[in-house]
Design a protein around this ligand. Structure first.
Ligand SMILES: [Zn+2]
Length: 185
């Protein structure tokens, strides 16, 4: 990777995704009955640990990206970085199939805690979050301590059901990715 690249506009990047996934669409979570049901289920299974599913998280299901209320007010560059992450999930579904992705995501090893399959799937997407951040905002932004701890929390907290509660290992994954990005710079 050379220097910081100009970020495409949101519409340009959406068009790029639709060229690959023609049925891709972006839908607000709030008005969607299934998303509200998932929100309630997550609050129950995480004993209230995940209460931000509707307000802070982006979720891709099938060809649809469900977005929180803050989506419209989020700067384009941050939305494009999020879309990079979600495009990884679209490609994973193409690679594994809907059933395969669902099984890997939800089952092994346990539905909550030590969910190795989910951790690998999310890590592949969060590595892309780091790559896109470095690309559009620079390596220093990708190395930002707040982003780093945000990523660690995604793996080690109730956010994704404690999918890989080993912060030292998650920090190593982040370091390895940042080192690779620095080598490419
Ligand atoms: Zn993800």
């Amino acid at each position: 990777m050379s220097a910081v690249a100009p970020c495409p506009s949101l519409d340009a990047f959406l068009a790029e995704i639709r060229a690959e996934f023609p049925r891709f669409r972006v839908v607000p979570k709030r008005g969607d009955a299934l998303q509200r049901a998932i929100d309630i289920a997550l609050r129950v299974v995480t004993l209230g640990g995940q209460r931000e599913y509707l307000t802070r998280y982006h979720t891709v299901l099938g060809d649809t990206l469900y977005v929180p209320a803050a989506w419209d007010a989020t700067p384009d560059v941050d939305r494009v970085i999020t879309l990079h992450h979600e495009r990884v999930h679209l490609r994973q579904r193409r690679r594994l199939g809907t059933l395969g992705l669902t099984l890997v995501y939800l089952l092994p090893i346990l539905p909550l805690g030590l969910a190795w399959g989910r951790a690998r799937i999310e890590w592949e997407a969060y590595a892309e979050t780091l790559r896109a951040t470095a690309r559009y905002k620079g390596l220093a932004a990708a190395r930002d301590a707040t982003l780093r701890e945000h990523l660690v929390r995604q793996f080690c907290s109730a956010a994704y059901g404690w999918m890989w509660p080993f912060p030292a290992q998650v920090r190593r994954w982040i370091d390895d990715t940042l080192d690779a990005l620095a080598r490419e710079a």
